[in-house]
Design a protein around this ligand. Sequence first.
Ligand code: ATR
Length: 281
Amino acid sequence: MMLSGKAKLAGVMGWPVSHSRSPRLHGYWLAQYGIDGAYVPLAVAPENLKDALAALPKIGFRGCNLTIPHKEAALDYVNTIDETARVVGAINTVVVDDAGALRGSNTDIEGFAQNIRSTGHMLDASHPALVIGAGGAARAVIAALKSLGFTRAAIVNRTPERAKALAKDLAPLALTLDVHAWDRRSDLVKDASLVVNTTSLGMNGAPPLALDLAAARDDALVTDIVYAPLETPLLQAARARGLACVDGLGMLLHQARPGFRAWFGVDPEVTPALRAHVLKD
Ligand code: ATR
């Protein structure tokens, strides 16, 4: 579709931004729905983030996504922040409202939940979720657990202080968060109905996550935030053990939907063709 003078504009701010798959993802939807709009990479250095966000309404942008390293810093530069994003301490989506104010939200949270729901797997949320890692991704995952029906999660992290700080910060979510030692992770698998790797272990170039799934519940679902490779060593092990699995790419695709809907006016679909398109990159 050719852009007209009325084209709707959005993009992704990151530093660097060249690794971002969001332009490819949103570009696919813009073409699929025949929308007069563009979604562009915006290379914004940290010291320019405040000015770049403030410029959005002035240059007619409808908003943007935020990626590394801007998700936390941007909290200070938007006008309103939704409640859960504030608790999580990060935003990844900014929408310019009709009055030109910037509204920040964190769609990674719902993106994670939607990816889990897309499996159709019946989670037994009376058993806890096991969350491995305590970084920014873990925070969004834990915030999503409530909407998946969980009341309790076990958290393990190599650096225990970080897991304790996370549990303290996320107290307003009203989930019971139990922090355990890193070397207990394989024991904790026994009771978990959902196992989530939020660390970078298993990513291309990184060592695999060592986790013994032998004693896992037969109805457990295993997922990984890592999506390069799509089939991480953790997911391979889970499949070999006969457990239900879902890879991390779906979270990336689903987190993009609320922004696209707000900027371009269509609730876009996550389809196998979209997955294939994003993976071809
Ligand atoms: P993100 O925002 O993607 O979550 P992050 O905040 O840098 O990134 O968090 C990375 C996570 O991977 C952390 O839980 C980190 O553990 P530490 O808090 O102990 O650093 C975890 N991680 C990274 N490399 C690891 C490794 N080699 N072994 C164990 N955990 C690792």
